[in-house]
Design a binder for this molecule. Structure first.
Ligand SMILES: Nc1nc2c(ncn2[C@@H]2O[C@H](COP(=O)(O)OP(=O)(O)OP(=O)(O)O)[C@@H](O)[C@H]2O)c(=O)[nH]1
Ligand SMILES: [Mg+2]
Length: 336
């Protein structure tokens, strides 16, 4: 079971990020209907053959004594990823955040090997730092202060350096998609076997670069993106974030599903699937003029491949067999 723990001062935005990313709620709705302060909230879900557990801990001052006291082992035991969220727009919170992070790291190290613990620092609500210069100053100050906290953690005689635990410091906001992008980085980073999936998809995209713009592997049950590969030169505008057309997958992880799924959500109402004869797959015509191949793999996943703009239906269809052959590796990996 992969365990991801959200911590950080009260009101820094932990629950909001979780609602947008894991529950697929709209950022606007989250801002208009903020959550009550959290005590302890958690959710579990299955993704591929792995179970994930996401724990969201309230940052109210009174709770800290519990998190670092009688509940310490429950909070920090076997944690894979610690996502520490700071409100970058709140000057007063900065000193508090530094002390809080120090305490969090020290408790976490009691239960985790520093070689396995991954720490992510999110400098959140950067949308509130409107002026460029101010944003640069504030975030670089926070970045260096909080990096130092992690670096100076005591990992003596544990065969690693403390700075290796820090996987990154990110500037985030739920308003512009950056919180989601960052959470995808975290999620992929802790997901076992992610690199293997990514490699196979990247290879297909590279070898078929005239025809295929992007490929995404999606878990059917959770609706989460397992991995995706996109042509490096493809237009950023073709990758908006959004939910699947299919309402049932919206609940879990619509926020995780960026990229292609929104292209698929833009299906022309009249466009039916064109069913592949020999092997079972569907080709759909997208509003953008592209085509999408949708194929079930191992019943639990499907793969979506989207054509480059301007590729004709005929060319795309003639590529299908090759494409599916190339994905044999993926099928083997999924069944192993
Ligand atoms: N402007 C802006 N506001 C945000 C953002 N993310 C969260 N907020 C707001 O920040 C406030 C606190 O958000 P929460 O997610 O409840 O904070 P929390 O960290 O879970 O707080 P506790 O549960 O008390 O620890 C809410 O009013 C949110 O709407 C953001 O990216 N930008
Ligand atoms: Mg909360």
């Amino acid at each position: 079971m992969v365990k991801i723990v959200f911590m950080g001062p009260a009101g820094s935005g932990k629950t909001s990020i979780r609602r947008v990313f894991f529950k697929g709620e709209d950022a606007k709705d989250v801002l208009e209907n903020p959550s009550e302060p959290t005590y302890w909230e958690e959710e579990k879900f299955e993704h591929i053959d792995f179970f994930f557990r996401v724990v969201d801990l309230g940052g109210q001052e009174g709770y800290a004594d519990e998190w670092h006291g009688k509940l310490e082992q429950m909070v920090f035991g076997s944690t894979d990823a610690l996502v520490f969220v700071v409100d970058a727009s709140d000057r007063k919170a900065i000193v508090k955040a530094r002390d809080y992070l120090r305490r969090v790291i020290s408790s976490a190290l009691k239960y985790s090997d520093p070689r396995n613990l991954k720490v992510y620092v999110l400098l959140h609500k950067v949308d509130l730092l409107r002026e460029e210069e101010q944003r640069r100053l504030v975030t670089s100050y926070l970045r260096s202060e909080l990096t130092n906290v992690v670096k100076s953690a005591d990992v003596a005689e544990r065969g690693t350096s403390a700075s290796a635990m820090l996987r990154g410091v990110y500037e985030t906001s739920i308003c512009d998609g950056s919180a989601n992008t960052t959470m995808r980085v975290v999620f992929n980073d802790v997901m076992p076997a992610y690199d293997k999936y990514k490699q196979i998809l990247s290879k297909v995209v590279m070898e078929e670069k005239e025809t295929i713009e992007a490929i995404q592997l999606i878990a059917q049950g959770s609706g989460l993106i397992v991995a995706e590969a996109i042509q490096p030169d493809s237009n950023a505008k073709t990758r908006p974030t959004g939910a699947m057309a299919n309402g049932s997958t919206r609940h879990i992880g619509a926020g995780i599903m960026g990229g292609l799924t929104s292209l698929v959500a833009n299906l022309e109402e009249t466009a039916g699937g064109i069913n592949g004869s020999a092997i079972d797959y569907s080709v759909l015509r997208l509003k953008s003029g592209r085509f999408a191949l949708i194929k079930d793999l191992s019943k639990r996943y499907y793969v979506v491949a989207v054509s480059r703009k301007g590729t004709s239906e005929h060319v795309f269809l003639t590529k299908m067999e090759t494409l599916l052959m190339m994905m044999k590796d993926l099928n083997i990996l999924l069944q192993s």
